[in-house]
Write a protein that binds this ligand. Structure first.
Ligand code: V4E
Length: 199
């Protein structure tokens, strides 16, 4: 199964609408620390290396990337040895030590409070990041790559049916991209250049 997600920036009224009739699942609070080299070798390729609550995770795009329409799918590896293999090196000592010795450094630390809900087959995450940025996500699981466009449209239809007017305009920045925009303009420009879009 592949997870298709769309992000939304919602005002508080719209938050209430989005979760109307949905079942509250859980509240989670977690801290992510993102790593990259000084010349942003990973993030320029849309590859995201982080620890979440101290455990390494690597997210990378799969299938046909369509960043402009925000329907790129990502795969995730959580095993340290597999992460090292994907990044083309062997672990010496721990993954953390190896990363530092190879020039990968933390560039962002973000604490998130996440409220999770579900309604029918839609999963809803309402995230509040500690640097004053809130972003919501609606996710749908689909069987294959071919269902991506359809799933993306079904998410938009679901959100509209909840009474939310979605602008079909600007790219919605995820938490890390927003963090980079606010804290590291050089890194942000490098991403826009590498991805060929205005973020
Ligand atoms: C995939 C991605 C990044 C990695 C972090 O993913 P994100 O979904 O933003 O964070 P989070 O905390 O919700 O992760 P989860 O809990 O779902 O694992 S950072 C940027 N991207 C992709 C991306 C993109 N290509 N373009 C824009 C404008 N934003 C985000």
């Amino acid at each position: 199964m592949i997870e298709i997600e769309k992000k939304f920036i919602l005002q508080s009224d719209d938050r209430v609408r989005l979760i109307a009739g949905a079942t509250f699942l859980v509240k989670k609070i977690f801290t992510d620390v993102y790593y990259d080299t000084a010349d942003h070798v990973l993030t320029k390729k849309d590859i995201w290396l982080r620890t979440r609550e101290g455990k390494f995770e690597l997210k990378f795009p799969v299938g046909i990337a369509d960043r402009k329409r925000d329907i790129t799918s990502y795969d995730e590896i959580e095993d340290d040895a597999l992460i090292a293999r994907k990044l083309d090196f062997e672990i010496v000592g721990s993954l953390g030590e190896t990363l530092l010795s190879r020039g990968y450094y933390p560039f962002a630390a973000i604490a998130t409070t996440r409220l999770k809900y579900e309604k029918d087959e839609f999963h809803i995450d309402i995230d509040d990041a500690d640097f004053g940025y809130a972003v919501s996500k609606v996710e749908l699981m689909v069987a294959s790559e071919h269902d991506r466009l359809l799933a993306s449209q079904r998410i938009l239809d679901f959100v509209a049916a909840q009474g939310i007017a979605v602008e079909n305009g600007p790219v919605i920045r995820g938490k890390v991209v927003e963090y980079i925009k606010r804290n590291n303009p050089d890194h942000f420009q490098a991403l826009e250049k590498a991805w060929g879009i205005e973020l």
